[in-house]
Design a protein around this ligand. Structure first.
Ligand code: UT7
Length: 335
C-alpha cells in the first residue's frame, strides 16, 4: 500500500457578491434573520454572461490546484467531480472538465453525495492512490446553486443559504511515511432521503409531465429542506464521524490543529466547536462570505485556510461533512 497526500489546492468563486440586503429586496427576508440563524453575510452568484458554470468553475479551481501540485494536467490519472448541480443531466462534470483541461483520456467519475460529495470524492481518490492504481487524482467540488433556487417568499428558508463556487485538490502518491490522508470514514442513512432533496426534473418528474399536472400547485423542482431535522441530525453526525476518525488513528480531540467542517450553517460549526472544546483558531469557517456551497464548501475552506498559512506541515487537519441523503463523513490528514 502507498500513502496519499493532498499536493495542491485551488478554489474559484464568481465575482458577483450578493448581500443579505440585496436578497431582502427580492424576497421577504432580512439581514438580521439570515445572520442570526446561519451566520451568512453574503454569498457569490453566477450572473448571466460571466462565462461561469459548474464545470467551468471547477476547471478554474483545478488549474490552480494542478499548478500548485507541480504537475501537468496530463499527469492526472483520474478525475472525480462532486456536485449536485451539474451543467447538464448527462454526461457528468468529470468529462466536461477533462475536455476543458485537454486531458487526452483518463477515467472521469461523478459523485452525487451533495454536501458530503467532496469527502466521498476525496475518500475515493485516497483508495485509488493507496492501492497504487493512480499517482495523481484530481478531485473537484463545484456548485452552481443560484440558477435553481426559489427566490420567492415560498423558498426563502432555502434560497438565502446557498452560494456558488468551486474548490479542487490534487491527491498524489506520497513518499513520506505518516504524512497525508490517514483515514476516511463515510456513512449514509437513506431513510432521510426526502428531508433535503430536489425531486425533479428526473425520471420521476419528467418536465412534460410536470407541465401537464398544473405546475402552480406542486412544483418539485426547487430544493426542499426540513431545516430543523437536518440541523438536529447534522450536529449529532458531525460529532460522531469526527470522533470515529480520531479514534481509528488513536488520536484525541486535543490533537486537532485545524477542523474544517462543511459550511452548512455557522451555528452547526459553533456547536461542534463548543462540544469538542476547540479554540477559534482550531476551526475554520468562511460561510459568512460564501454561504453554503455544498460539495465545494470544504475545498474552498481548505484552500483559504492553507493560503492564509493556518495549515502547516505536520498539522492534524480534520475535514467533516453532513448533508442530503443523509450522508456524512470525515477525513483525517497529517499535513
Ligand atoms: O448543507 C446541508 C445541510 N444543511 C444544513 O445543515 C441546514 C440545517 N438547517 C438550518 O441551518 C436551519 O434549519 C435553517 C437556517 C435552514 C432555518 O433556520 P430555523 O431556525 O430552523 O428556521 P425555521 O425554518 O424553523 O423558521 C423559523 C421562522 C419561521 O417563521 P415563523 O413560522 O416562526 O413565523 C420561518 O417562516 O423563520 C421564518 N423564516 C425566515 N424569515 C426570514 C424562514 N426563512 C426565513 C428567511 N427570512 N429567509
Amino acid at each position: 500500500m502507498y500513502q496519499s497526500k493532498i499536493s495542491g489546492l485551488g478554489h474559484y468563486v464568481p465575482e458577483n457578491v450578493v448581500t443579505n440586503d440585496q436578497l431582502a429586496e427580492r424576497i421577504d427576508t432580512n439581514d438580521a434573520w439570515i445572520q442570526e440563524r446561519t451566520g451568512i453575510k453574503e454569498r457569490r452568484h453566477i450572473v448571466k454572461g460571466d462565462g461561469n458554470s459548474t464545470s467551468v468553475m471547477g476547471v478554474k479551481a483545478a488549474k490552480i490546484a494542478i499548478e500548485r501540485a507541480g504537475i501537468e494536467a496530463n499527469d492526472i490519472g483520474l478525475i472525480i467531480f462532486a456536485t449536485l448541480s451539474p451543467d447538464m443531466y448527462f454526461p457528468g462534470g468529470g468529462v466536461q472538465v477533462q475536455d476543458m483541461l485537454e486531458i487526452d483520456t483518463c477515467p472521469a467519475l461523478d459523485v452525487r453525495n451533495q454536501c458530503s460529495g467532496f469527502v466521498y470524492a476525496l475518500s475515493t481518490a485516497d483508495q485509488f492512490v493507496k492501492t497504487g492504481m493512480y499517482e495523481h487524482v484530481l478531485v473537484i467540488g463545484s456548485e452552481h446553486h443560484s440558477g435553481g433556487l426559489d427566490f420567492t417568499d415560498r423558498g426563502r428558508s432555502v434560497s438565502v443559504i446557498f452560494g456558488d463556487g468551486a474548490g479542487a485538490a490534487i491527491v498524489s502518491r506520497s513518499e513520506s511515511d505518516g504524512q497525508g490522508i490517514l483515514s476516511t470514514h463515510l456513512h449514509s442513512e437513506g431513510k432521510h432521503k426526502d428531508e433535503l432533496a430536489l425531486q425533479g426534473p428526473s425520471t420521476r418528474y419528467w418536465v412534460p409531465q410536470i407541465l401537464k399536472e398544473n405546475p402552480q400547485e406542486n412544483i418539485p423542482y426547487f430544493p426542499y429542506m426540513n431545516g430543523q431535522l437536518v440541523f438536529k441530525n447534522a450536529v449529532v453526525r458531525f460529532s460522531e464521524v469526527i470522533k470515529e476518525g480520531l479514534d481509528a488513528n488513536g488520536l484525541d480531540v486535543s490533537d486537532i490543529d485545524m477542523l474544517i467542517p462543511h459550511q452548512a450553517n455557522l451555528r452547526i460549526s459553533q456547536f461542534i466547536q463548543r462540544k469538542f472544546g476547540l479554540r477559534d483558531d482550531q476551526v475554520f469557517n468562511n460561510i459568512q462570505k460564501f454561504g453554503n456551497t455544498t460539495a465545494a464548501s470544504i475545498p474552498i475552506a481548505l484552500t483559504e485556510a492553507w493560503e492564509a498559512g493556518k495549515i502547516k506541515k505536520g498539522d492534524l487537519v480534520v475535514l467533516a461533512a453532513f448533508g442530503s441523503g443523509f450522508t456524512w463523513g470525515s477525513v483525517i490528514i497529517r499535513w
